[in-house]
Design a protein around this ligand. Structure first.
Ligand SMILES: Nc1nc2c(ncn2[C@@H]2O[C@H](COP(=O)(O)OP(=O)(O)OP(=O)(O)O)[C@@H](O)[C@H]2O)c(=O)[nH]1
Ligand SMILES: [Zn+2]
Length: 361
């Protein structure tokens, strides 16, 4: 057990909502902790008593139907303490949001990368990485995951004011109702504005391609808690040292950041749903199309095409919408196919058992 950093559950993001879940799920007699890192089914859980290495109960493992039934970083779990530095995870509280991706080599099956995230900082830099289509993909991923997006544009020191305003306007035309914060990790310009969006007890994650400045941004945002983070003593894995890094990082204002390797690899190919929120304008317009099954490509009386023609929406916005819709359909049919196969397999097993019985093997 680690006593160097004493945090309350609230410091870790716990609130009345989760407390109610705990009571509703008959977990009053258990300790509660939050998973702060995961590596091959070994977890580090933090509770008011410190940090614990943890494993899941056999029961939890046997009842798990897929990857998503295993704990993920960010999960609130009920615990039984076994030794001073070891605990067993008894159950997972229902998640308020999940960031998932396609499980490796298992098309149609999801793997949860992190859970219970409130805000997603979508990071793009002013230079090479800047790409509005990609930005819309990350937005879609956030909406799908029930994570509230905040757009952060980094490296503003590498451009001039005119270019920056140009770029910000491009975003504003296509993206509505999402905070948009330009920052520089070099000059620290804009960082204070971003800090104002860090709320106590809320959990954040960073989304963005490699090299856009996510690590630098973390350094800009952990402030004084940086020392504390670095000082967390290594936990001891029943005799051997584990050097698992903590993936739940305290930031300034009492906000919490989840930054795990899996998240950094979240391909933007994974966003499948949530398109409605990102492309709300198109959905709204589509209500006025002459045909209810309008594909907005060549039909007469298409309100979407009309809006493109008169400049009300950008053609590139619409094209991105079509592309993401196609991906969504592709993904959904893969999931349906997997379900059908699983069902067939189930039937086969059932049939086999039945024949076995009737034949008295
Ligand atoms: N000029 C300038 N350079 C920056 C800024 N932010 C980050 N950089 C530089 O950009 C490079 C990449 O930054 P990182 O913070 O490592 O990027 P990252 O997104 O964490 O990258 P991954 O770890 O690969 O995901 C580094 O050389 C940083 O020094 C900025 O605001 N201005
Ligand atoms: Zn139409």
């Amino acid at each position: 057990m680690n006593t160097t950093v004493n945090m309350t559950l609230q410091d870790l993001g716990y609130n009345n909502y989760f407390e109610k879940l705990r009571i509703d799920n008959n977990l009053k007699d258990f300790e509660i902790g939050r998973v702060i890192s995961e590596q091959k089914e070994r977890y580090i859980v933090k509770s008011e008593k410190g940090e614990f290495e943890a494993e899941i109960t056999g029961n939890l493992r046997f009842s798990a139907k897929s990857r998503k039934d295993f704990p993920a970083v960010g999960d609130w779990v009920s615990l039984i303490y076994h030794e001073t530095d070891f605990a067993v995870i008894n159950s997972i509280l229902p998640r308020i949001s999940t960031l998932s991706r396609q499980a490796v080599n298992k098309f149609g099956e999801l793997q949860i990368i992190a859970s219970n995230i409130d805000y997603g900082l979508i990071v793009q830099s002013v230079n090479r990485d800047f790409n509005i289509n990609r930005l819309e993909r990350y937005l879609t991923l956030c909406y799908t995951s029930r994570i509230e997006p905040i757009i952060v544009i980094t490296k503003t020191d590498l451009t001039d004011e005119e270019n920056l305003n140009d770029l910000l306007n491009k975003i504003k035309i296509r993206v509505k109702n999402v905070p948009l914060i330009p920052v520089s990790n070099e000059t620290k310009e804009g960082i204070d504005k971003l800090k104002k969006l860090l709320y106590k007890g809320k959990t954040y994650c960073l989304l963005g391609s490699s090299g856009v400045g996510k690590s630098s941004l973390i350094n800009s945002l952990i402030g004084e808690s940086r020392m504390k983070t670095a000082n967390i003593s290594q936990s001891i894995d029943r005799g051997k040292h584990v050097t698992t890094r903590r993936e739940l990082i305290p930031m300034i204002n009492g906000a919490i950041l989840i930054d795990n390797p899996g998240m950094r690899e979240v391909g933007i190919t994974d966003s499948s749903l949530g398109i409605e929120s990102t492309f709300e304008k198109i959905y709204d317009l589509a209500q006025s199309c002459k045909f209810s099954d309008c594909t907005h490509t060549s039909e007469i009386g298409c309100a979407v095409q009309l809006a493109i023609d008169n400049g009300q929406i950008e053609k590139s916005h619409f094209e991105n919408f079509l592309k993401m819709e196609r991906e969504k359909e592709h993904y959904e049919s893969a999931v349906a196919e997997k379900r059908r196969k699983d069902k067939d397999f189930g039937k086969m097993i059932k049939h086999y058992k039945k024949t076995k019985k009737s034949n008295n093997f």
